[in-house]
Design a protein around this ligand. Structure first.
Ligand code: NAD
Length: 292
């Protein structure tokens, strides 16, 4: 089993680290706020005090950080992982960031002798805890195969989607579909409530037909109960919809519904709801319907 370093022990990173420990890996964790490191140590991992400390001796380094500037900060510069990781080590960036930044950082890591991949994930906090994440990997095929046993410890669907950056492009498409689906489920729920239909029964029957989807399965009950504890924060989905709209524009592709949902996610955030779960899009539907 490998020594695996995990940098970024938040909602996703900590349960991923715990699953790596359970799979028998020697797991070293680093996080900006040290309490998260203590939680990994309590689960059987080891703690590190800096990025340099965390990556020394690692065969595989996983970063699970919020946004492109965070990954840049951890990867680059004299204190960064590219400067301190051993030549030949694998670097898997599992964060969701801009595809162009992923390509640029992977190129500088490769020049320094690292084997870099972008491997953003889908499946949410529940998928991270259960070890059933879907992982879309961009990079060299041989590198993806070499780290597959590590990825198997945190995910159940691991697909190599193309060269460096393509994992992030696929993840952008994922975020487009998830945001659009949440918006439609939110509209359906407010619509059903306005007609005084038994919402729980409606969700059950809808989930069995062509309208069935994971948002109905995993989030509709919480939305109906107005429970918006994250999960996936509005702030992060706002970031991701910025990535999607920029990448679609760059490719000359029209995403009219996606652009609309991006505006709504931005509005929800501007109203001060950035730390709620993204299913809080329902609040805006209620507001627009005069039902809040
Ligand atoms: P989070 O904010 O809960 O965790 C990020 C962690 O990184 C925090 O603990 C923070 O302290 C740490 N951190 C930030 N900057 C750091 C630095 N410079 N050095 C060390 N630690 C640092 O975020 P999350 O929900 O775990 O998401 C992480 C990534 O995964 C994001 O890109 C997100 O878009 C993506 N993602 C999240 C989910 C989800 O459901 N939460 C699902 C799929 C993908």
């Amino acid at each position: 089993m490998s020594t695996v370093t995990l940098i970024g022990l938040g909602v996703m990173g900590l349960p991923m680290g715990i699953n790596l420990v359970k799979a028998g890996h020697d797991v070293v964790g680093f996080n900006r706020s040290p309490a998260k490191v203590d939680a990994l140590v309590a689960a059987g991992g080891r703690g590190a005090v800096s990025v340099a400390d965390a990556v020394s001796g690692a065969h595989v380094i996983i970063t699970m950080l919020p946004d492109s500037p965070d990954v840049e900060a951890v990867a680059s510069g004299p204190d960064g992982l590219i400067a301190h990781a051993a030549s030949g080590a694998f670097w898997i960036d599992a964060s969701t960031i801009r595809p162009d930044v992923a390509v640029r950082l992977a190129a500088s890591a490769t020049s320094a002798g690292l084997r870099a991949m972008d491997a953003p994930v889908s499946g949410g906090e529940a998928g991270a805890i259960e070890g059933t994440l879907s992982i879309m990997v961009g990079g060299a095929a041989a590198d993806v195969e070499a780290v597959r046993p590590v990825l198997d410890s945190v995910g159940s669907t691991i697909v190599h989607v193309g060269p460096s950056g393509s994992g992030q492009t696929v993840k952008a498409a994922n975020q487009l579909i998830v945001a659009g689906t949440i918006q439609l489920v939110a509209e359906a729920l407010v619509f059903l409530e306005a007609h005084e239909v038994d919402t729980e029964a409606a969700i059950r029957v809808l989930a069995g037909g062509l309208a069935g989807n994971r948002i109905l399965d995993r989030k509709a009950a919480g939305m109906a109960a107005r429970t918006f504890v994250p999960g996936f924060r509005v702030d992060l989905h706002h970031k991701d919809l910025g990535i999607v709209t920029a990448a679609a524009r760059e490719a000359g592709v029209a995403i009219p519904l996606g652009s609309m949902v991006a505006q709504l996610m931005g509005a929800l955030r501007a109203e001060g709801h950035g730390s709620l779960d993204h299913s809080a899009l329902l609040l805006l539907v209620e507001q627009l319907s005069g039902r809040n």
